[in-house]
Each structure stands twice: as C-alpha cells, then as structure tokens.
Ligand binder design. Structure first.
Ligand SMILES: [Zn+2]
Length: 482
C-alpha cells in the first residue's frame, strides 16, 4: 500500500515529459552535408532600381549541379550589415510580398539582403525539386530514407546564402522571415554562429509538433515539439513577433524579446517597422521609418535548357537501414473468399484469378487505404516521432497471419517490403524496383530508412516471384496444397 501511494506521489511530482533534445544530435541531423564546391554566384538580371536600393535575381550552388535561386538587394548607402530573408508558405519565395517587402525595407536601411528560395518554389516548382505540402511528400520521404530531412536541406540552402553574403563582404549578418521563414531563421541562427541575431514574424511553434497541420518540411525527424530546451539553446538576441495574442513560448533565452502584433499571419507593416528598429539596434543598419510603398516585382527567372540535379540525386549520408520491428497499432480488416489453402493478399490485388487457381484469398486492408491524405498524415506523424510506419503495417500483417494462417503471401508494389518480413513464400506484383519506378500514388511509408540504398532490393530479393505477369507469379508460388 505504501509503495502504491509513493508511486502515485512520484508520478504527480514528476509528470511524464518528453526528454529534452540533445543539441549535438539535432544539429548533426540538420547539417545535411549537401554543401560542397564553389558557390558559383551568378547574377541573372535584370537589375532593377527600386527606392534606395537595387534588386537582381541571383543563382548560386548548393553543390555542383544543384543551383539555388535568390534575390540580392543592394543598398544605395550600405552600412556593411547583411540579412538573409527566408520565405514562408505564401505560394512564392523571393517574389512573395512576405519576403520582398521586408527585404526592400532592410536594403533601404543599408543592409545587403539576400532572399533565398527553398527548393520547390517559383521557377523551381518542378517535380524533381518539390519538398512542400503533398506534392513534395515523396521527395521529403527520399531525404528521410537517407538519414536527412527537408529541413536539413533547407538549412543547408540558407547557409550557402550566408556564404554568399560573407563572400560579398557583409558583416554582421542577421536573419528574418515570416511563418515557415521564421522557423528557418531561428534554426539558421541556432546552427550557424555567423548569424548573430534574428527576427521571427508570425512564427508557429518550434520545434514542430509531430502531428501539427501545415507543411511538414520543417519537421526534424525524431524530435517533435514542444521542447522548451530548443529555444533556450540559442542565446543571441532574437525578436519574436506573434500575430495572435498569446503568452511567450516556454524556453526563450534571456536575450529574446516577445511581442504581439495582432493581425494577419504574415510579415505586416507594423512588424516590418519593429524589425527595422531591431536590426538597427543589433546589426547597425540605419534607423528609419518603413517605406510606405515597397517593390512588387516578379523576381523569378527561367530555368533554361540545361539539366539540373534532382533532390533524389543528392548524396545519401548515414542512413541506418530499416530493421523491421513489427508493432500492432490499428487493427486491419481481413476479408476471406473462395475455397482452398489460404493466400494472404496485400494491397491492390485482382482476387478472382487467384481464387480460380484454387486459393482461398484473405485480403488485408488497413482502416485507411494507402495513398490517401490520411495515410500521409499518419506517415508524417511517425516521421516526427521517430517511428517507422512500415513497422505498424508489418504488425498488422502479423496479426492477420496469426488469425488466418496463410500458406503464401501475394503483395502488390510497396507491400512487397512488408511481405518480406515474414518467413512465408511470397510474390511481388508490379514491384517498385528503384526510385525511377516510384509512382506518385505509391504510399509514403515505402520510404523506410535506407529504402533506396539497398533495403527495398534486399527485401524484394527474398520473393519467390517478382514481376508484372500474375500467371507467372501464380506459377512461382506452386500449386495450392492444403
Ligand atoms: Zn514546406
């Protein structure tokens, strides 16, 4: 009894909390190691004169073959300081009002400003480069399967932007952005000591919670929020401007200031005015009232004819290959039909020919079917939590195997990966052989760690039959025997 009471007392005194992140681990996971080779700064033009500054579209290289777009805002009367502007999810990057207005304001105040596009926006809105929202999910999956993340890639892109400002002689350097751009600005300063201050406008919670809505590109796999220790770990002066009335997030460092500017989820004019003040105090830019009218120009430039490196062609680093650990989460539905020995079928399978060949089919389906947005949400949450969704599917199949005792397994495409975790004879219909064969509607959980660097091939190699011809696969399984 005493022990029981003591247990209750202890669990009240020490409520369960997420263990704080280890900065070294997270910093390592955010250092994508994609940066290499010369910066190769190219001024794409045309250079436009705007009030008290000029602006010109630029390109520079993350690594040879992987160009990034940006807009360089050069002040008429420079102060020497530089600012990186990171964009949020406003449909555009460097050309969006949320990036362009503050970039122009800061250039007018004497800062050399580089607004940097993340992969997949403006001219780079092409399948090979998308990382945002649903259309970027497979590229995020590829990065994750290789031990990296969309956030690590974006931060490497921004750090190359800091390299550009440095090469052009800017010092000291600050960062700013609204919404997703605020998240990026914070992590940029948190990671890169060359950035000495940052202004976050309309910032969502940092770190991102595993199941938060919005774009999952600011996930740090395996390190979901809330975690106050993350914020406390950057001790330089920072300004946090909230668009909604709320209390400051837990963990802000003593040099952080938090202010509410109620209004749209954006980089509003009052926020711009406060940011001008802040950077004047912390970077030495000129004190000024914000310009009433800022530039509004299309800063995108054509990609041109020459080829470019896809996200899938970025180097893999430190991927720990998936070791299946089946765990039962959602209970599957299993529908059996026909007479004969049992064949468990996984995924989209034409059952009639299999039954006609003398098998009793037991078709497994999850409460939600693969490929839907809901599955994408489950996958996103599992990535955030550091679990592997394929383990849950392997657990569901294990449940069906115990219940129906199949002789063999028939798997369609991605499900071959799951079938291979069992001792049963199995075949894979229309297998996913490599990244070039990935289809848009293939499930995101296929991107298990190491998927594209040997894991899928090694698992598929265990199949007794692989291919597009169902009759050949039936032959490979042999005649149904009870
Ligand atoms: Zn995004």
């Amino acid at each position: 009894m005493m022990i029981f009471l003591l247990f209750i007392a202890c669990s009240t005194l020490f409520p369960e909390t997420t263990p704080p992140i280890k900065r070294h681990d997270v910093a390592a996971s955010l250092t994508g190691n994609f940066r290499s080779g010369p910066l190769g700064i190219r001024f794409i033009g045309p250079e436009r004169s705007v009030h008290q500054a000029t602006v010109v579209p630029v390109r520079f290289s993350l690594r040879p073959g992987f160009e990034i777009s940006g807009a360089l805002w050069t002040p008429q009367s420079p102060t020497g300081a530089g600012v990186i502007v990171a964009h949020g999810h406003y449909g555009q990057g460097k050309s969006g009002a949320e990036a362009q207005e503050i970039a122009h304001q800061l250039a007018a105040a004497g800062a050399l400003v580089l607004a940097v596009d993340t992969p997949g926006v403006e001219e780079w809105d092409v399948p090979e480069r998308r990382i945002h929202f649903g259309s970027g999910a497979h590229n995020r999956g590829v990065l994750y399967s290789r031990g990296s993340s969309a956030m690590a890639l974006q931060l490497d892109v921004l750090r190359r932007g800091v390299d550009v400002l440095e090469q052009l002689g800017a010092k000291p350097i600050g960062a700013t952005g609204a919404s997703g751009g605020a998240v990026a600005s914070f992590y940029l300063g948190w990671l890169d000591s060359r950035v000495v201050t940052a202004v976050m406008a309309s910032s969502p919670p940092i770190p991102r919670e595993a199941a938060a809505s919005g774009c999952a590109c600011d996930h740090i796999p395996g390190h979901p929020g809330p975690d106050a220790t993350v914020l406390s770990q950057w001790s330089d002066p920072t300004l946090w401007m909230s668009d909604v009335v709320q209390v400051p997030p837990e963990g802000l460092s003593p040099k952080a200031e938090f202010e509410v500017f109620e209004g749209p989820h954006s980089y509003t004019l009052p926020m711009q005015e406060r940011a001008l003040d802040w950077f004047s105090d912390h970077l030495g830019t000129r004190k000024m009232k914000p310009l009433a009218a800022t530039a509004n120009v299309d800063l995108s430039t054509p990609l041109g004819e020459s080829g470019f490196m896809a996200i899938a062609d970025l180097p893999a680093f430190k991927a720990q290959p998936w070791k299946p650990q089946p765990s039962l989460g959602r209970v599957p539905r299993v529908d059996c039909q026909g007479e004969g020995p049992v064949m468990l079928t996984l995924g989209a399978v034409a059952l009639a020919p299999i039954q006609a060949a003398g098998w009793r089919t037991c078709a497994l389906s999850m409460p939600t079917s693969p490929g839907t947005d809901f599955d994408a949400a489950i996958w996103t949450e599992s990535v955030g939590n550091g679990t592997v969704m394929a383990d849950e599917l392997a657990g569901a199949v294990a449940f069906a195997v115990r219940q129906k005792k199949p002789k063999v397994i028939w798997a369609h495409r991605a499900w071959g990966l799951i079938a291979s975790t069992f001792e049963h004879k199995f075949v894979v219909h229309e297998p996913v052989e490599d990244l070039s064969g990935l289809r848009e509607n293939d499930p995101l959980w296929l991107h298990v760690p190491g998927a594209w660097d040997g894991v899928i091939q090694a698992h598929t190699a265990k199949a007794v039959g692989v291919g597009d011809d169902p009759a050949a696969l039936l032959g490979a399984l042999g005649p149904p025997k009870l």
